[in-house]
Write a protein that binds this ligand. Structure first.
Ligand SMILES: Cc1cc2nc3c(=O)[nH]c(=O)nc-3n(C[C@H](O)[C@H](O)[C@H](O)COP(=O)(O)O)c2cc1C
Length: 180
């Protein structure tokens, strides 16, 4: 039941207070997130924890595709987590051939599961998160000197919430589920 509460009550947080998040708590969140399921347990998710204000500002300023809301979201949060995934593993055989007809699809799929595990665990520690998909991948990679063989799967703002947003309305079950 507690798990269901967490799933339902976690919200995207876009306003944070200035309290720092300790390295210890961030490591505890990653410790939990690494139990997320992944393609053949390949565990391709990687976490780059940006706490340096200058680096964070550079991403906010130069890697948000002029989407000012995300610039503000990143500026507001004390921590920016850059979630990446290693290429050509999820969905691929050891010889590099595709296991299914869905190509790179499973890489993002694994990233999404890891991302939700990260956000739910953060929520358990009283922290807020915001998953962001609007960013300039090449710029983020350049700013952080990320490895060539990793994709930036999402940016996640992290910090102590300074707002309590209401849940955006969810679709009704009969709109999204069909019993066959
Ligand atoms: C893949 C993905 C990308 C998202 N990108 C952004 C974004 O770039 N900026 C933003 O403010 N919110 C972003 N969101 C947050 C969604 O708008 C939010 O999850 C949704 O409105 C539901 O609200 P809730 O998370 O509070 O339940 C993203 C969420 C997901 C899952």
């Amino acid at each position: 039941m507690q798990l269901i509460n967490g799933i339902k009550e976690r919200r995207s947080i876009r306003k944070y207070n200035s309290d720092k998040v300790s390295k210890d708590i961030i490591e505890k969140i990653i410790d939990s997130a690494r139990y997320a399921p992944s393609w053949k347990n390949s565990q391709t998710a990687r976490y780059y924890i940006v706490v340096d204000e200058n680096v964070k500002s550079e991403i906010a300023e130069n890697a948000t595709l002029n989407f000012s809301k995300n610039k503000n979201n990143i500026d507001s949060a004390p921590v920016l987590v850059v979630l990446t995934t290693v290429d050509k593993i999820s969905g691929y055989n050891p010889d590099g051939s595709e296991t299914t007809s869905k190509g790179e699809h499973w890489q993002s799929f694994d990233a999404g599961i890891a991302c939700e595990a990260f956000c739910l665990t953060a929520y358990e520690f009283g922290l807020g998160t915001l998953i962001m998909g609007i960013y300039d991948e090449d710029k983020v990679k350049e700013i952080l000197s990320l490895p060539e063989n990793e994709k930036v799967s999402a940016l996640i703002a992290l910090g102590y919430p300074n707002e309590q947003p209401k849940a955006p309305k969810r679709k009704d079950i009969d709109e999204i589920a069909k019993f066959i």
